[in-house]
Design a protein around this ligand. Structure first.
Ligand code: HEM
Length: 401
């Protein structure tokens, strides 16, 4: 009997112990079952990080691929050294040939390049005749500030030569960047290095070009803001505007300044009288100017000279020293003889006015150094590289995927 009692006592004690032993195991099992959550999260992160080979698979990998690099740090020195070693020489000799045939190609290409880089970066989007294969959408070329751009045919010419030598290799964005540098140098401007490896956009940015390219009647605040949005400070902006050392301007851009400044029916009162008279002689009132926006893109190149009946001789009113790319643009501004309202506005802001004086007052070396530096920066702006974008075969047509 005593033995049976002992057995019952042992059983009574062991059952709760055994039960208590089972419970923690259940809990730990539950814990283990909950573990996969953070674990699977970690796996997802790892997968995302290792996904670059399929860029469209997640939004984060998409943004990784589409992010444009503002400072060009992903460009290369002599990117085509293996794939098209003669690329830069081919561009240089074509540019030289074109320049000695038509010297006004230099300002045309410099302006074309500026308008390309300023809108979504140096991706040759301004050269496109349709956006992403959609011929019905408006394109950058049609935007108001771009309707007087010239030189598209020159870039096409260079591209054709490169396609013969190395088909499908050299991007239109690189051609435009190198050609702009070579034209600037031939026009007497400073040499600066241009890295390569840019890829072409398959999209065109009509609205952005309409809204964000600086306008000839902009005040200095708006000009500085538009440039600062792209990372250019005041000094860089003033030096970049030195691009107006070369080239010419259509009367349409100063008609209002001469005859109906800010709706007053009068000329801009800040223009010196002798200069006003001179400008009026070159650009008579009601000079027949067709509304540029009514022009079709296909007609732009050929009809460019028909749009205006007169052209001011040069974009800068002061006489260049002969080198063209000297400080005469800044000297004009110091004398109040800037042609565009936006140019002359540089004198109405203390800091930009100081910079204009500084550029105008030495032998030109400060401006040349700054201009070289800022052109290098412009050339690297928001470029597409690596697997981004594409290399077009014809600069006006995106390659369909
Ligand atoms: C506030 C900024 C700017 C404004 C409002 C502006 C506006 C203009 C306008 C209205 C013209 C005359 C176009 C024509 O008659 O066909 C012009 C010409 C030109 N611009 Fe600008 N521009 C600006 C900045 C720049 C910059 C930063 C560069 C280059 C780095 C540049 C380079 C040129 C050149 C070279 C021409 C002459 C083009 C030719 O002869 O075909 N511009 N600009």
């Amino acid at each position: 009997m005593v033995n049976w009692l002992n057995v019952w006592i042992v059983v009574a004690l062991l059952v709760p112990v055994l039960l208590s032993l089972r419970n923690p195991r259940r809990e730990s099992q539950t814990k283990i079952q909950t573990l996969p959550k953070p674990h699977s999260h970690k796996q997802t992160q790892t997968q995302t990080l290792h996904l670059p080979s399929s860029p469209s698979s997640s939004p984060s990998s998409n943004s990784f691929f589409n992010e444009r690099i503002r400072d060009g740090s992903n460009l290369d020195y002599d990117f085509y050294r293996d794939t098209c070693p003669q690329a830069e020489d081919t561009i240089r000799s074509a540019v030289t040939r074109i320049f000695f045939d038509r010297r006004d190609s230099a300002p045309a290409i410099l302006r074309l390049f500026f308008h390309d880089c300023f809108i979504q970066g140096c991706d040759a989007s301004v050269l496109l005749d349709d956006s992403n294969g959609d011929k019905n959408r408006s394109i950058e070329k049609q935007a108001v500030p771009n309707q007087t751009l010239r030189g598209f045919d020159k870039i096409d010419l260079i591209k054709e030569e490169l396609e013969q030598a190395c088909p499908g290799v050299v991007s239109c964005a690189d051609i435009l960047a190198i050609a702009a540098r070579d034209f600037v140098t031939l026009a007497g401007g400073p040499f600066y290095p241009v890295l390569t490896g840019r890829r072409d956009s398959n999209q065109s940015f009509y609205e952005e070009a309409n809204d964000q390219i600086p306008r000839p009647d902009d005040n200095v605040t708006r000009t500085l803001r538009l440039f600062s949005l792209r990372g250019f400070n005041e000094r860089e902006t003033v030096s970049l505007l030195g691009g107006h050392n070369i080239g010419k301007i259509g009367c349409e851009f100063i008609q209002e300044r001469l005859y109906n400044f800010q709706g007053t029916g009068q000329a801009d009162p800040t223009i010196p009288v002798d200069f006003l008279n001179q400008m009026k002689l070159n650009c008579p009132e009601n000079d027949t100017i067709l509304e540029a926006s009514t022009f079709e893109v296909s007609k732009l190149e050929s009809s460019h000279s028909d749009i205006r009946t007169s052209y001011l001789q040069a974009l800068s009113s002061a006489i260049p020293s002969g080198a063209a790319f000297d400080t005469h643009y800044y000297q004009s501004l110091l004398k109040g003889r800037g042609l565009l309202f936006a140019d002359q506005q540089l004198m109405s802001h203390a800091k930009t006015a100081r910079l204009v004086s500084a550029y105008a007052s030495d032998d030109g070396s400060t401006f040349r150094t700054d201009f070289a530096r800022v052109m290098l920066k412009l050339s690297n702006l928001d470029v597409l590289t690596g697997l981004q974008g594409q290399v077009r075969l014809n600069c006006s047509q995106p390659v369909s995927s």
